[in-house]
Design a protein around this ligand. Sequence first.
Ligand code: ZN
Ligand code: ZN
Length: 410
Amino acid sequence: MSKILMIVIDGVGDRGVRTPLSTAKKPNLDELAKRGINGIMDTIKPGIRPGSDTAHLALLGYDPLKCYTGRGPIEASGVGIELKEGDVAFRVNFGTVEGEGSVFDKIVVDRRAGRISETDELVKAVNEEVDLSQFGVEFTFKRGSGHRGAVVFRGDLSDKVSDVDPKKIGEKVKRCVPLVDDEKARFTAEVVNYFVERSHEVLENHPLNIERAKRGLPKANVLLLRGAGKAPHLPKFEERFGMKLACVSGTALIKGVVRIVGGDVLEVEGVTGGKDTNLNAKVENAIKALERYDFVLLHIKATDEYGHDGDFEGKRKFIEKIDRALEPILSLDFSEVCLVVTADHSTPVKVKDHTADPVPVTVVYDDVRVDDVEEFSELEAYKGGLHRITGNDLFNILLDLTNRAKKFGA
Ligand code: ZN
Ligand code: ZN
C-alpha cells in the first residue's frame, strides 16, 4: 500500500492578499501545486483558531474537540516523560523572582530567566531534593528546550487547578487554586503550591544560580507552572488506522502529539525547531523514514515564529529556504507516495498569533484529479478541486486515496 508523507509548514498561512507565501519565490512548492489537487483547509473548523497541538491532532485523524485535555500532557510527552492515564501534567518555565518571604510574595521579573539555555543541573536538583511523599504523590520534572520544561504529578489528583505563572512580569507568583469545588482539586492545588515553594528554595541557593547572579544574569529561581491537564487516553494511531507513524520535528509540542498517539519521533542531527534548523537533513530523513513507516509527518516550525515576530520579510525568506530544501521531494515516486503539503494554521504577521484564516493544502498522488492551480498560496488554493475541507476531512481523504478507508454501509 502507498505511503503517506505529510509536510506541515507551521503557521505559513497569512491574512490578506499580499502574503509572505504569495510573494515568495517558491518554484518547488508551485510545481507540487501544479501536479496535485489543491484546496483550502480549516484545520479544526471555520472560525476556530487552532493551537499547533489541536491542529496536529486533527491532521492525524483525531477530533481535538473530543480528545484534547490541555497542553500540559502533550508538552510533557514531548520532552519524553512517559505518561500514565490520570497523571496531571503542566508546562513549566524557568523564571526569575525577586523579593522577600514566601515565593508567593515575590515578584516575577523575568518569565524566561534571561532565556537560560542550560538547565540540566537545576532540573536534577529539583528532582533529587523536592519530596512529595508526605502527600503520597510522585513527580517527574524534565527540561525542554531553553527555559522550558514539563512536570508530571502522579497520585489521586485533579487537573482542575489554576496556573502559577502570572504570565506578566511585575506581578507576584500566583498561588495555585482549585477551579472546582472539590476535595481532589483542593488537594492538588496544595501539592502544586508546596512543589513551587520547595523548588524555589532549592533553586534560589543552587550554585549555578549563585554563579549567574555574580555574572549579572537573572537567576532561574522559580518554576512557573501552567496548562494543567490530565493525560488523555487516545486509541493508538497504528491500531486505529493500521499505519506505522513517525515524525521529524524539532518542536516538543509536536513530538508530544505524535508520542501521545503512539508514533515514533525520529531524532535528526541539527534539527532545532527554530530558525537555524537543518532543513535539508529534515527532508532527507523524512524521505528515508518512508522505507520503515506508513505515515511520516515532516513538521517545519520557524514560519510560525516569524509570524509571531510580525516579520513579513523573515517569513517570506524562510519560505524560500524551505522551498529550496524541498527539491528532493519532487523526485518521489507519486504512485507509491501520497504527498500532502499544508499548514496547521495561519500565523499572520499583522496579528502575531494564530488565526482561523484557512490554509492551503496540496495533495500530489497518481490518479488525483489534478486541477488548474499553479501556485501554492492562500488565494490560489481556493480555486482547487478539494475546495474547502477540515483537517479531519483531509485525513479521511488520504485514507481513501490510499485505499485504507473503511466502507460506510454495505
Ligand atoms: Zn502551529
Ligand atoms: Zn505559533
